[in-house]
Design a protein around this ligand. Structure first.
Ligand code: RIB
Length: 299
């Protein structure tokens, strides 16, 4: 089973700061690093590092050479990536001493996905393949509709979640991977289990994987409900941890992993990502994740 990810690619400018900049304040950064990121790129990288066959469909804007190289170096197929005259997308990321982040995104070429390109790309994939989407590119509703018409399995991570997602053809989605804030935006429900139920009622046939940070999360579909725990690690940088979880979980689906084992593996990979600096750079390879799990099970 192939994974096609229509996803963003960003140059991340990561600033370590004592605290997030306040309105009207000028603050000196402790350090600055230029790294590869973007929710799309991070998720493609995570799925590939977990051992899946991944195709990234993205708009390579001006200055994005390092992003395409990063994907290639990790074994992601970049034959669907398209050159674009607009500047590459970028993110300005502040990371505080607790490892929390604050992210400002400039879309750039990530908002240059045209309908013709989308159709041509989808034509290379067949029934049963997975189409992964986040909410950092344009034309997401069009991709959802066309992918569902072709009977591809649409997996949607509605991040970052803006009001516009309420108007998306969500009935095309086969699996939602989302956090509490995104679930609240989609369902207006504060209570996570209730939010998952409401979403599944609204999109019959869809599975819902709700991540709850340090509390783990809940997976539910028409046949089962499973909760999972998060692993406790010292947080260095939480950037990209959610993307790591998503990429790993989708790789596990493509590889036919049992759901419980898949959730545990994705949670382990995400814990490892939190304990390292950077977004894509912090994503572990499968061997590191399995070694971590083996250590945890001996505890
Ligand atoms: O999820 C983390 C990502 O969000 C960063 O890499 C940044 O580029 C933004 O897209």
């Amino acid at each position: 089973m192939k994974i096609l990810n229509f996803g963003s690619m960003n140059i991340d400018y990561v600033y370590r700061v004592e605290h997030f900049v306040r309105p009207g304040e000028t603050l000196g950064a402790i350090s600055m690093e230029k790294q590869c990121g973007g929710k799309g790129l991070n998720q493609s990288t995570a799925a590939a590092r977990a051992g899946a066959e991944v195709y990234h469909a993205g708009m390579a804007g001006v200055g994005s050479e390092m992003l395409v190289s990063m994907l290639k170096d990790n074994g992601v197929d970049v034959s669907c990536v398209c050159g674009c005259a607009q500047p590459a997308g970028h993110a300005v990321i502040q990371v505080n001493p607790r490892g929390q982040n604050s992210i400002l995104v400039y879309s750039g070429s990530n908002h240059a996905f045209g309908r013709e390109y989308i159709e041509k790309t989808l034509a290379k994939f067949a029934q049963g393949d997975i189409v992964l989407l986040q909410n950092e590119i344009n034309n997401v509703p069009y991709i959802m509709e066309k992918a569902a018409e072709k009977k591809l399995r649409v997996i949607f991570n509605p991040s970052p979640a803006g009001e516009e997602i309420l108007g998306y053809p969500l009935e095309s989605v086969g699996l939602f991977i989302l956090n509490e804030t995104e679930a609240k935006m989609l369902t207006d429900e504060n209570e996570p289990e209730r939010a998952a139920k409401v979403l599944r009622r609204r999109c019959p046939g869809a599975a819902v994987l709700l991540t709850l940070g340090e509390k783990g999360g809940i997976y539910s579909d028409s046949e089962r409900e499973e909760t999972f725990d998060a692993f406790s690690v010292a947080a260095v940088d939480t950037t990209g941890a959610g993307d790591t979880f998503t990429g790993y979980f989708i790789a596990g689906i493509a590889q036919g992993l049992d759901t419980g084992e898949n959730l545990r593996r994705a949670a382990a990979a995400s814990a490892l990502a939190v304990s390292k600096k950077g977004a894509a750079a912090s994503i572990p390879v499968l061997a590191q994740t399995l070694a971590f799990l083996a250590r945890e099970s001996r505890k």
